[in-house]
Design a binder for this molecule. Structure first.
Ligand SMILES: Nc1ncnc2c1ncn2[C@@H]1O[C@H](COP(=O)(O)OP(=O)(O)OP(=O)(O)O)[C@@H](O)[C@H]1O
Ligand SMILES: [Mg+2]
Length: 231
């Protein structure tokens, strides 16, 4: 097995057609290794979320090729009918808002998805507790999201993204709603996860102060992808 988490070749993505054609990504090729924390930066509207959603098998490219780990998943079309399964088994998502369910406590928020995917109560609870401990919020399992701080809720969202042992975590501005201390906290947590769980993490950010915590900086430039040093 190679160390590659994501490989993309000649990816092209546009929306609409004719007069309403919007080309977003024209010819993106890149590789991201397991264990890497990569920042994705570009001006608003440049296609960061679009790129993330294609890697996450949520949005379909127009053409190109894509691998997740050693598995080729896209070759001018999806190579499986079950992109939902790919997503469920290989990808974890974290968003700007934590999207926890307000009327469920923390542990129930974390076990909801695994249980609806067929994991039994005991196993999913044990995994959720292990993740809460790993993220240093074990004492919050009975709390409601409204009783937690923004940073703590974001940690729960990170725990939720880790629940299916993903190979890739896609984070779209996970620190946008947090102050600098909480943001750095989340970044350190993501770095630790990348290293210890051998997961590739791509994180969209508009905050340059986050870049030194990342291994590489990926930029969308002229509708393509280029890498810059993070320091
Ligand atoms: N479903 C869609 N239909 C049509 N156009 C879309 C769609 N989704 C995105 N776009 C267009 O694609 C371009 C890239 O959008 P995207 O959301 O990926 O940008 P972004 O880099 O994430 O911006 P931001 O920093 O504001 O979140 C924009 O011009 C947007 O209008
Ligand atoms: Mg976006």
């Amino acid at each position: 097995m190679s160390n590659i988490a994501i490989k993309v070749e000649n990816l092209y993505k546009s929306f609409g057609k004719g007069d309403t054609l919007v080309e977003v990504i024209k010819d993106a090729s890149f590789t991201i290794d397991k264990g890497e924390l990569v920042a994705l930066v570009a001006p608003s509207g440049a296609g960061k979320t679009t790129l993330l959603m294609m890697i996450g098998c949520v949005d379909t490219p127009n053409s190109g090729q894509m691998w997740i780990g050693d598995e080729k998943v896209y070759d001018n079309k999806w190579l499986t009918k079950e992109t939902r399964k790919l997503r469920r088994e290989k990808i974890g998502f974290i968003f700007q808002a934590h999207y926890l369910i307000p009327f469920l406590n923390i542990i129930d928020n974390l076990t909801l998805l695994p249980q609806s995917n067929g994991t039994n109560d005991k196993v999913s609870k044990a995994k959720a507790r292990e993740l809460l401990k790993y993220l240093d919020i074990a004492d919050k399992e009975k709390a409601m999201p409204s009783q937690l701080s923004g940073g703590q809720n974001q940690r729960v969202a990170i725990a939720r993204a880790l629940a299916n042992n993903p190979q890739i975590i896609l984070a779209d501005e996970p620190t946008a709603a947090l102050d600098i201390h909480r943001s750095v906290d989340v970044l350190k947590m993501l770095k630790k996860i990348a290293l210890e769980q051998n997961v590739a993490i791509i994180m969209v950010t508009h905050d340059d102060r986050m870049l030194p915590y990342c291994d590489r900086v990926m930029e969308i430039e002229n509708m393509g992808v280029v890498f810059k040093d993070s320091k």
